[in-house]
Design a protein around this ligand. Structure first.
Ligand code: ZN
Length: 489
């Protein structure tokens, strides 16, 4: 891990350039990813964010790091409260429902569960302590029953997003302030809420009055309590850079004076006709709907064929192209006897393979294998360039299809399968997963053929079909009129 050949470089939003990944503690990485606000079905944009950071943490584990990966659940938010009111259910019930559907989507996409998944509502008392600390050291002020962060009190504010407080203020001054805005009791318009007073449910008791915490506060608080004051990597979608991540940094730095994260990594969007896919624009496809027509591995391939910092254009054609490309990879993996030759490691959603497991693979030390491993690692070490790593996989898949030496083919197929698993592919042979409608048509066809045999008094064939179907768990019912039907036993 320490030799130069395998040095990992990542793009750090904070410095605006690629940097060598040097953990705070040797061989350990603490990673925090901003998770979903659970008020609706997850869409392809969420799939991209979770898959990208799933691959990142898998790859770091593959390289031998002891990774602690945390992704939160925002289970209290105005969006949740408003949606719950529309549906006439409690916000708690709505959040619980969409937490479960999110987990279900993630499981189906083979996104590994984080090491911990704190929920905002579990950390309210720690958030209140956090605010008290900020008031005490002069970075926050009470206004009525609200509490605001005083942006002017922190000279470094704006470092992540490259915004200057003066610009934010002058921008705000140019606006014509409404009566409501004038009535707001902030010292400056860019100050943000740490505590919002409200008597509506849900609310919590605080020294300033009943209310709810501001959204930015939960991540700072969870990081402090679950991982520590400074972590190695903070990730999220690029739309979170400002104000969410900027405000997370401000709160944490103001409280303890140390950096919140050493590396800040951000993924780009999924776009539809050059616009970001989002719930508010109404141009989203839910993960659930996409998985009706495409396998989870196809969706993963679609996401990873672009570098995580480039936008992805979503069209059905591009998803179809990924499906064909996935079949190409699966054909190569399953080229031998229909069973992949894995290194006895991964199964669905389990522990990631590591380089140590790679050493256990019964592979030939031939030039093709050595070059493939090097190309894959070089691509991933270069700011997690999955697009390039996959192009190495496709080249190997092509070599497998052309190779006539069977042991060679088997070894390369094993090597390919292993590396696809490093990228989180489940390698379920989706080419052979039969959708229910097709299974039903095939059974109807078998019954038709049996009917034909019976009409020709070929009872040997008709009985054989019945026996074979019974062995598969399909029961046949022959009616007096000669018609037959089937059901599962
Ligand atoms: Zn966050």
């Amino acid at each position: 891990m320490t030799d130069n050949k395998n040095q990992i470089q990542v793009y750090n939003t904070l410095s605006g350039k690629k940097e060598v990944l040097v953990p705070l503690h040797e061989n350990e990485l603490t990673i925090y990813s901003c998770g979903p606000t659970v008020y609706d079905w997850s869409h392809l944009g969420h799939a991209r964010m979770t898959v990208v950071w799933d691959v990142a943490q898998r790859y770091f584990r593959y390289c031998g790091y002891k990774v602690t990966y945390i992704r939160n659940i925002t289970d209290i938010d105005d969006k949740i409260i408003n949606r719950a009111a529309e549906l006439d259910i409690t916000p708690e019930k709505l959040a619980r429902h969409f937490t479960y559907t999110f987990w279900d989507d993630m499981h189906r996409l083979n996104v590994q569960a984080p090491d911990r998944e704190p929920r905002a509502t579990e950390f309210v008392s720690q958030m209140i302590d956090f605010i008290e600390g900020l008031i005490k050291n002069g970075h926050a002020y009470q206004s009525g029953s609200d509490v605001y962060f005083d942006v002017m009190s922190l000279a470094s504010y704006g470092a992540l997003s490259g915004r200057k407080v003066e610009d934010l203020l002058s921008g705000a001054r140019e606006q014509v302030l409404s009566q409501e805005e004038l009535a707001e009791r902030k010292k400056n318009t860019c100050d943000f809420a740490l505590w919002k007073s409200t008597t509506s449910i849900p609310n919590w008791q605080a020294p300033w009055g009943d209310g709810r915490p501001g959204w930015h506060l939960e991540c700072s608080t969870m990081i402090k309590h679950v991982l520590g004051e400074t972590i190695d990597i903070h990730t999220g979608g690029e739309d979170l850079v400002f104000p969410h991540h900027e405000n997370e940094i401000a709160q944490s730095v103001a409280l303890h004076g140390k950096p919140l994260a050493k590396y800040w990594m951000h993924n780009s969007f999924v776009q539809v006709s050059a616009e970001k896919m989002s719930k508010s624009l109404g141009n989203f496809s839910t993960i659930r709907d996409i998985l009706k027509n495409y396998s989870p591995d196809t969706v993963r391939l679609f996401i990873l064929q672009s570098h995580y910092r480039s936008p992805i254009d979503f069209t059905n054609e591009s998803l179809n192209a990924s499906r064909q490309a996935m079949s190409r990879l699966l054909r190569a993996v399953f080229q031998h006897s229909g069973e992949p030759k894995f290194g006895s490691i991964n199964s669905h959603n389990s522990i990631s393979p590591t380089r140590k497991d790679l050493a256990k693979l019964d592979q030939m030390k031939d030039e093709v294998s050595t070059n493939f491993i090097q190309d894959f690692d070089d691509a991933m070490n270069n700011d997690l360039n999955t697009a390039q790593a996959l192009s190495a996989c496709f080249s190997l898949a092509d070599k497998i299809s052309k190779e006539s030496n069977q042991p060679q083919k088997d070894n390369w197929a094993g090597l390919l399968a292993f590396h696809l698993q490093v990228l989180g592919f489940s390698l379920e042979d989706s080419r052979r997963l039969v959708p229910p409608e097709i299974a039903k048509s095939v059974l109807d066809l078998i019954l038709e053929l049996r009917q034909e045999a019976r009409s020709k008094k070929d009872y040997a064939t008709s009985d054989l079909i019945r026996q074979k179907l019974t062995a598969c768990g399909v029961a046949l019912m022959d009616s007096p009129g000669g018609k037959s039907d089937w059901e599962l036993e």
